[in-house]
Ligand binder design. Structure first.
Ligand code: 1Q0
Length: 215
């Protein structure tokens, strides 16, 4: 595949990376987690430059995590579980206000984790919607139920404006590069429970460790 093809989004690819995320013990592999996000960012970029401010933030967070993963303590970052333990044990996380560790793996991943809930809600709506449903409505409903609670007014406003220019459902399903709509819907039926499981496991871990409100 040439560079052009590498940029092309494919839902199957994202599905595969999320499948690889969970170990036998149900630990979450950071490498595949960020790879899943990279795939989603590709998709976002294919929707146009209005989404640039969103994909930029996502890429920034992906890169922070990859830098840890490939850094000298990379072996501590193999799973989300080991990352949390390592950073907490070594006091590498700002727990109540921003201080000397503004870009900890824990707080960075938390932002993506919250976005994963949005994705789960959105994809479930997309999967069960009828042909003439509006993607912009599904997208903003999912957003209002999840991620928006963590965003200040300006970000919510900008997100709302971006949602308005989303393509309609048929075009949206087409860019997923899976095939006819029925096939996309079937694949979403596989993807949503997977994404949901990864989300739940991370959510429980963060709740146990009291990390759900990291600044
Ligand atoms: C399809 C439309 C995509 C719409 C994405 C919805 C999310 C909107 C979020 C907008 C906020 C982005 C601006 C930055 C906000 C940050 O302040 C915030 C907090 O970070 P910090 O460091 O300031 O504390 N960051 C976040 O909340 C992270 C947001 C990451 C969003 C990543 C979205 C990736 C998009 C994926 C497209 C998925 C398309 C679905 C179909 C694919 C089928 C599998």
């Amino acid at each position: 595949a040439g560079p052009q093809e590498d940029q092309k989004f494919c839902l199957q690819e994202v599905l595969d990376t999320f499948k690889l995320c969970l170990s036998e013990k149900k630990d979450v592999y950071l490498e595949h987690y960020v790879a899943g996000w990279r795939g989603l960012v590709k998709f976002l970029n294919s929707l146009g430059s209005v989404f640039g401010f969103i994909s930029k933030d996502a890429v920034n967070k992906i890169n922070i995590l990859v830098t840890y993963l490939h850094g000298e303590n990379g072996s501590q970052y193999v799973t989300v579980q080991s990352m949390v333990k390592y950073e907490l044990d070594n006091e590498l996380v700002d727990l109540t206000k921003r201080g000397s560790h503004p870009e900890s793996g824990c707080r960075t991943l938390l932002r993506l984790h919250r976005a994963l809930r949005w994705l789960e809600l959105f994809l479930e709506r997309l999967r069960t919607s009828s042909e003439d449903s509006k993607t912009s409505v599904m997208c903003s409903e999912a957003y209002n139920e999840s991620l928006s609670q963590h965003h200040p007014w300006v970000v919510r406003k900008a997100a709302g404006m971006a949602f308005c220019v989303l393509p309609g459902r048929p075009a949206f399903l087409e860019v997923m590069n899976v095939g006819p709509p029925e096939q996309v819907v079937a694949m979403l039926g596989e993807a949503v429970p997977l994404i949901s499981e990864v989300y739940q496991i991370t959510e429980e871990l963060y709740a146990q460790q009291n990390l759900l409100d990291l600044p």
